[in-house]
Design a protein. Sequence first.
Length: 387
Amino acid sequence: MKSNPALLNLTQNSSYRDFHSHLVADMQAKWPLQNAPVLHPFAGGTGNYVLPTQPVDPPSPSPIQVGQRLTVEQLLLQSLRSPVRLAAGQWVNVINPLSSTHVGSEQNAVDLSLIGLANDELPNFDEGQPVYAPLAGTVTRMNRDAGSLVIEHVLHQADGTSIIITTKYLHVSVVSWLHPGALIKHGEEVGQIGRLAEGMSQVDAHLHFSVHLGSEFAMSIDLSQWLAQRNIATIIRDDGIDSGGGYKTLLDYVNGLRFFLNLNTIKALTNEAENETIRRFPSETSPLDKGNAFKHAYWSALLAAYFSPKVSKAITDGHELWLYNRNPPDQKAMDLHNNKIGIRIGAANHTAPNHVIANAVMLALNRGQLLIIRDGQLLPSNVSPVP
């Protein structure tokens, strides 16, 4: 304003009161209020905002601003310690597309759970796992009953400037000595993973963790690179397909009847998945690599396309969770995840020929949407081939 007061029809000699009144008038013209409050020059007001008929889009960030944000995020990811004890086992980021806590500023939050323990057929040992502060900071907000904790951190840059970082934690039993304003050391334990959300069962216990540039209400940053650096794979827990007992519609009944009367078809679809895998991955020797991921996803997709997603889920889940299936937890988690991706592909291509479904599965594999296991680690399926 001091450099260009004419923007508000002012002069260099205009008073602060003139500046304020012109600014309020300009703001109300662009963002009109219902029951507009009386605004004091030194205080804010309240009112119910009405969306303008022709809202003005905010300006896009400049290339310099984009570069600055990327630089800050890289610095943050390099400094950020894990909030969980990685040595406790193989951790995964479990995505539930139906979750109501991963929206708005929390859309990039992660849900950390020990591998194999995110599946209902196994006991859960996440509960009680310690949670650590990934950076030194100050507690700004906490709610013991709700199991939430917010910590503000100051990250110092090489040029001498500082930026505010906020980390947020849900489903945490906060340690007894913490309180708003408490100072936290880098790596200090701040709580344990608990079951502090309404309706959360023992097998649902996990750590909801997000990182924000600025306050907790700023958009959370993408942690996919940070997860990959720590060999924390992302898996899908629930794709919204109802696998409950009974048939809710006539279509469910018909598809179920087709399943029981077409066991030969299931065998043929199984052979198709195996043969197509051999054709596309003729030289692969590892039983847990890309060929295995493709086979599980393609088989599930074929079943979903021919019968229904519900029948496919019942067959493939039954195969993985069968009493005599002795695969270790990480392999079960991998196969269940790849099956779910395949079911989605089959449901979206239920009228397509087999080669189209196979190509769609291959595209998902090349994009890293499936999971493989190498050297005992769960990895996205688009990692480089074994040398």
